[in-house]
Ligand binder design. Structure first.
Ligand SMILES: Nc1ncnc2c1ncn2[C@@H]1O[C@H](COP(=O)(O)OP(=O)(O)O)[C@@H](O)[C@H]1O
Ligand SMILES: CC(=O)OP(=O)(O)O
Ligand SMILES: [Mg+2]
Length: 396
């Protein structure tokens, strides 16, 4: 019998997609996955599994049959495809992105029954993400009972924020119950913090990272540790996102509930699913579609998206005591030169100057020679970060 190759599987279950990747157990683990893929369109009748191999060739592109395909059906379909296709591999660990680690978890951990109980207790803190993270862990435990499951928390990177950055101006009793600013997208920020010294000699200075994907946030780091971030208690604060509103006057929520009779369920739907780029444009949550559109509503949505980023950049620079480098990452940050151009133009007061050709080419360094701030485009790799954590924690 031929020897199986050993690998680490990673699972990143989001609100409408599930991503996975398989990394060969090398020392160190290569940033390039053996296979990576995702199931998109969960909850719709256009659910699809797409996967690419190491060389970037598409090796799966199949519809998942059914109306309103559920997360668990999508996960089942993905795992069935994966296990049937990668029979020559032995999975030695599974890394899971878990959005909320509460106050308890500030680093990755092996999931046992007690930990799983804690993760379930965090579900009310992140209702759109945490249930799917927990479901992913349970499904993998059932399929691969001998294999350790590692929870890697999105909140962990932000635990280094000073107390003042984690406090709301609310009564102390609520703070004592854990009503604090947690921050998310931590695996992405952690990856950027590790990768940055290769690209900028100012990596240990005052750096702001803009993670601009479907969910979007920004974080300020000093010495590659988080000092402030735009996401707070839930995953709707800060920047405007694909379908989430971002920073909002809390009085507005009270007003809408009172005058329109909206319930908590209505508000949840509006603020998480019907707002953001989608709500403002009335067209799409997809930045590509909006940039290609000539409709004024699309233009306004893009303008507001960029304006909010530029305003938060000023606020984060204040928290960090200045700005040495600005990093763009995430689907929009890595690919939308027009978004970077607008944000940087509005931020010239900070000494930012961009080289238009470098920006259009998506170079790693896009700042001009006369910029007092290094401006970079660094692709994130949350999947690699999880594989690395699993390898380190298990000493594989
Ligand atoms: N070439 C591109 N130009 C502009 N926007 C892009 C491009 N490629 C991807 N995007 C945008 O990136 C966003 C998705 O980012 P991603 O980081 O993949 O999201 P997720 O939060 O699901 O991980 C979408 O709004 C998409 O339109
Ligand atoms: C925490 C969060 O917003 O995650 P995502 O961007 O994957 O939706
Ligand atoms: Mg993402």
């Amino acid at each position: 019998m031929s020897q199986k190759k050993q690998g680490i599987l990673t699972i990143n279950a989001g609100s409408s997609s599930i991503k996975f990747a398989l990394f060969p157990l090398d020392h160190p683990i290569s940033p390039q996955a053996e296979v990576s893929g995702q199931i998109d369109g969960i909850g719709t009748n256009a659910t699809k599994l797409v996967a690419h191999d190491r060389a970037g060739e598409r090796i799966a592109n199949q519809a998942i049959a059914g109306d309103a395909v559920s997360h668990s059906a999508a996960l089942d379909a993905m795992l069935q495809w994966f296990l049937a296709t990668y029979t020559g591999w032995q999975i030695v660990a599974v890394g899971h992105r878990v959005v909320h680690g509460g106050e308890r978890y500030s680093k990755p951990i092996i999931v046992d029954t007690t930990v799983l109980g804690h993760l379930e207790s965090f579900i009310p803190l992140a209702p759109l993400h945490e249930p799917h993270n927990v479901a992913g862990i349970k499904a993998l435990q059932a399929l691969l009972p001998e294999v350790p499951q590692i929870a890697c928390f999105d909140t962990a990177f932000h635990r280094s924020q000073p107390d003042v950055a984690q406090l709301f101006g609310l009564p102390r009793a609520l703070t004592a119950e854990g009503i604090k600013r947690y921050g998310f997208h931590g695996l992405s920020y952690e990856y950027i913090a590790r990768a940055l010294p290769q690209h900028s000699h100012r990596a240990n200075g005052r750096v702001v990272v803009a993670h601009l994907g479907n969910g979007a946030s920004m974080a300020a780091m000093v010495n590659r540790k988080c000092v402030a971030t735009t996401l707070g208690f839930s995953t709707i604060d800060g920047l405007m996102m694909g379908t989430r509103c971002g920073n909002l006057d809390p009085g507005l929520i009270l007003h809408l509930m009172e005058t329109k009779g909206f319930t908590v369920k209505d508000m949840t739907r509006i603020l998480y699913k019907e707002s953001g780029l989608l709500g403002v444009s009335g067209i799409s949550q997809d930045m590509r579609t909006l940039l290609a559109s000539s409709k004024p509503e699309a233009h306004e949505a893009v303008e507001l998206f960029c304006y909010r980023i530029a305003r938060e950049l000023g606020s984060l620079a204040a928290a960090a005591g200045g700005l040495d480098a600005l990093v763009f990452t995430g689907g929009i940050g890595e690919h939308a030169a027009e978004v970077r151009r607008r944000v940087c133009l509005q931020s010239e007061w900070l000494g930012i100057r961009v080289n238009p050709e470098a920006n259009a080419r998506h170079d790693i360094v896009i700042s001009a020679g006369n910029s007092s701030v290094d401006v970079l485009v660094v692709p994130t790799n949350e999947e690699w970060m999880m594989a690395h954590h699993a390898q380190t924690l298990l000493a594989l």
